[in-house]
Design a binder for this molecule. Structure first.
Ligand SMILES: [Ca+2]
Ligand SMILES: [Ca+2]
Length: 186
């Protein structure tokens, strides 16, 4: 007869040894790697391994689901924010003011989308629509899209006077528009 709680795949002692070894590696590497961001890359590898050792040695028999959860959480709160910060650091190095403004405005989008698909809320479509809505209604985002991206384009096509007129028109049209893609009334 199958017992309701089968023995964990990994004994408690083994799990403790593995976690101890990982902490030892972390401490050793902390001494060698002075750069905080680079060291965070190390803990990005060791953190899910420690969580996996716990999952394989605890009383919950559904290891597969536990490990899938660890991987998803690891992406959501570990990998995605880490890569996002690195991308922002790189974007801040762009010398051209307008280009930097534009890149730092749009570079959070792929990370926000990745977060939506890896968090605990299964209603991704609504989350996505809510995000796009909030993004478009954000005054700073509108400012950069209209007065940096669009202005650059319009000024290339029209003379200064026409360009100013068009930008003014677009600013007036956009101001006060309420996007409601997810039909929640906001
Ligand atoms: Ca388990
Ligand atoms: Ca989600």
């Amino acid at each position: 007869m199958k017992s309701q709680n089968p023995k964990p795949k990994l004994g408690k002692i083994w799990a403790a040894l593995i976690k101890g070894a990982l902490k030892f590696v972390e401490r050793k590497l902390r001494k060698v790697i002075k750069d905080d961001i680079a060291y965070e890359g190390v803990t990005l590898l060791t953190t899910p391994l420690k969580a996996t050792a716990d999952a394989l040695s605890d009383s919950d028999p559904d290891d597969k689901a536990q490990i899938a959860g660890i991987a998803k959480r690891h992406l959501n709160i570990g990998v995605i924010p880490y890569v996002e910060r690195r991308a922002t650091d790189l974007a801040m190095k762009i010398k051209n003011d307008e280009l930097r403004q534009f890149v730092t405005t749009v570079d959070n989008i792929p990370f926000a989308v990745a977060r939506i698909y890896t968090d605990d809320n299964p209603n991704n479509d609504n989350q996505l629509l809510g995000y796009i809505e909030a993004w478009l209604e954000d005054k700073e985002n509108q400012e950069v899209i209209i007065n940096v991206a669009l202005r650059t384009l319009i000024e290339k096509v029209f003379d200064v006077e026409t360009a100013e007129f068009l930008i003014g028109l677009i600013n007036n049209q956009i101001a006060g528009i309420n996007f409601d893609f997810d039909k929640d009334g906001d």
